[in-house]
Design a protein around this ligand. Sequence first.
Ligand SMILES: Cc1cc2nc3c(=O)[nH]c(=O)nc-3n(C[C@H](O)[C@H](O)[C@H](O)COP(=O)(O)OP(=O)(O)OC[C@H]3O[C@@H](n4cnc5c(N)ncnc54)[C@H](O)[C@@H]3O)c2cc1C
Length: 450
Amino acid sequence: MPSSTSHSSRLRGVRVLVAGAGLAGLSAARDLERDGAVVTLIEARDRIGGRLWTIRTGFADGQHAEGGADIIEREQAPVVALARDLGLRLAPILRGGFDYYGPRADGRLAIQSLDRTFGEIGSLLAPLVEAYQLTERNWDGTIARALGQQSVADWLAHRRAGRDVLERFRGLRGLFLADPDDLSLLALVDFLADGAAGAAGGASRVRGGNDQLATKLAASLHARPRLGSRLRQVVQTRRRVSATIDGPSGRAIWRGDFVIAAMPASTLADVGFQPALPAVQQRAIRTLRYGPATRVVLQFDRRFWRRVGRARAFGSDRAHGAVWDGNEEQRGPGMLSLLAGGRASEEIKAMLAVGGPQAVVRSLRWLGAPSRLLATRVVRWEDDPWAKGGYAYFHPGFDPAWRAELGRPFGRVLFAGEHTSARWQGYLSGAVESGRRAAAELVVLAGDWP
Ligand SMILES: Cc1cc2nc3c(=O)[nH]c(=O)nc-3n(C[C@H](O)[C@H](O)[C@H](O)COP(=O)(O)OP(=O)(O)OC[C@H]3O[C@@H](n4cnc5c(N)ncnc54)[C@H](O)[C@@H]3O)c2cc1C
């Protein structure tokens, strides 16, 4: 969706509190200000950006690395449009797409084509994908409910899939942040129905660091983000809303017209609402899970993994998780970026506890003889109090019909964030689009549309 550049005064004088200065909250704030609203933007952390976080210290040669969102795929129109609007340059990366490292049918570990891996998974699931497509990808129907009640592992067990097939499916935890016994079959079918599988190139990251998406967006706002400020409670009447905020100088009450909660469901669950949110919405928020995700960045004096004709990115079911060239667009030393999702997050933690970063380096010998390690950075998103995980995933205990509840406005309170996006859940684009959607809904609720 192209971003709006039109300015209007249809929200003139309307006071809005946006809680959460990730890409969702910042995108909402921008659209609201363009319509004349008076925005107050609060953020619990001491920085903006949320799960979009470029690590700028601790690496040799002044290099930087992405601690959260890294890859922007070409088809991610909302975030690509945002980068363009902000005058940011996207550097093409990982042109050879992803390959896969894991056991072959004979049990031997090897680098294999990801297309083949996904191709196999795709053909196994094709009848389910077809039925689901006939529902126009509706999550509130018979087919979605049947798919959503089963885990991927249950379905494979029912089909008496062999060990090698199970292991291949386990490799998907680098993407979904959930192992096959924890991931709803519907989540996987939905992904395949989107035709997005097999990342065939077209990836990029922002030259100079992805965090500029947040910093430039924030710089374009009148509202200055109030850092260290946590939303605790929201009380609303038919005409007004007030919010209790714990900030650096104590507790304060904000009063205004609307609140946009642009935070993960994992922390939204700790916010009090008066009157209470509808029971089904509460259940949806509390039942949604966030996947464990450990990002490890390893900086080496040489890019020892490079080979002519070989991919620079690999999915894997191993403890180190997915691994890719983390700084192709920067000169000087090379970096490998690892994303250990689902139970791989615990596995890589154990590896680090026993053998330190060198144990992880040793586990990557299949890429070639490692060169000198210059720096290491580990980010465990499940330990982050303001995210409590990498991103949302759908498990068999989550009734698919609840999905629409995650983003449904409640009186003068609206909801945004990656987890509320139907098309781009788990991606930067989901944050951008959901923030813009909440801002557009607010215009309707304020009574000035169409
Ligand atoms: C390891 C990792 C890898 C990823 N890789 C990719 C990728 O390659 N490509 C991609 O497109 N996406 C990727 N993502 C997903 C992407 O980062 C997210 O979808 C997106 O950044 C979410 O934005 P958001 O605004 O919805 O939430 P957030 O970025 O989490 O922003 C919400 C903000 O709300 C704040 N907050 C929380 N609670 C409160 C409260 N009570 N009061 C006030 N503030 C509060 C938080 O501190 C946070 O700043 C990745 C994420 C992770 C963690």
